[in-house]
Design a protein around this ligand. Sequence first.
Ligand code: BMP
Length: 357
Amino acid sequence: HPTLLQPYSERAKTATHPLSRYLFRLMDLKASNLCLSADVITARELLALADKVGPSIVVLKTHYDLISGWDYNPQTGTGVKLAALARKHGFLIFEDRKFVDIGKTVQMQYTAGTARIIEWAHITNANIDAGKDMVRAMAEAAANWKARIHYEVKTSVSVGTPVAGQFEDGEEQNNNALDDRDSDGRKGSIVSITTVTQSFEPADSPRLAKTNEHGDELVFPGIEEPPMDRGLLLLAQMSSKGCLMTKDYTQACVEAAREHKDFVMGYVAQEALNSAPDDNFIHMTPGCKLPPPGEEENGHVEGDGLGQQYNTPAKLINILGTDIVIVGRGIIQAADPPSEAERYRRKAWKAYLTRLG
Ligand code: BMP
């Protein structure tokens, strides 16, 4: 498929999803196709790790539900702190929530509850075993969220202020999944501070400033704010032994992705799935580990004894054609995670350059 031989900088121009365009540019700018799976068990470790490894990665993957001490405060909590680190270093936050349920339930799980994933995670993912309508349900929730944030920013609504049920263009506010009515039935009484503080600069105008408008010192000058969008990855294939996802299931993911190009950025998968001429989905791949220095780099690395199977970045990127490797324990359990992350970044980037030829 043409995308296998196209530089990420080119794919940035043709990707449908604004966050994919941003991500491809980020990859090019940072020379990184590495995602850290930040599977640590306290919020303090998570933030420290994100800050230290941030310069090497383009995506930080979380499992918020295995973190103790996650602070849910919408103004000062863990999500907001992660967002600040994401701006400082230039990476996207991917909550590996693997949503699977009926559409209405996933809308609520995505937008409400204690975690309010939609507020702080640029990207999340879904298993479509329950049927692909849930993708539409999540897309609708994300569109409502974006419209609401847009409205709130434009009208500078502060926390606790009731919001009238109309958008600037006169359209009725439609907040199904985000119905934040207070006890008096007033709408919009909860405002996300994480997102309200973001700007609407066009995503294609990189500012070459050393700091962003929040005063965060940028590690990679030229990284602008990500667009105000939310994206979904479909869990099309898994890395684990005995995985029950069939070819038909994977194909259904491909169809659902094509039907929702403006919300689905791509896949969590073990191989490239772009096949139609204009497919330009991004593939993120877990089950990645490097052998100890000096050993064969193309093959399979010993699993973890609990079903996880590993491939090297060279195999995943160059041979199987995926785009971003997701690495957890390979980096986290190293004596020095930041330098190990750099080693993975270099190997995965080299595999990409080799693929381009
Ligand atoms: P590790 O590199 O430590 O094996 O971690 C892999 C991470 O990727 C875990 O967070 C796991 O939940 C996730 N993951 C996976 O391993 N295989 C998949 O197919 C999908 C995943 O999300």
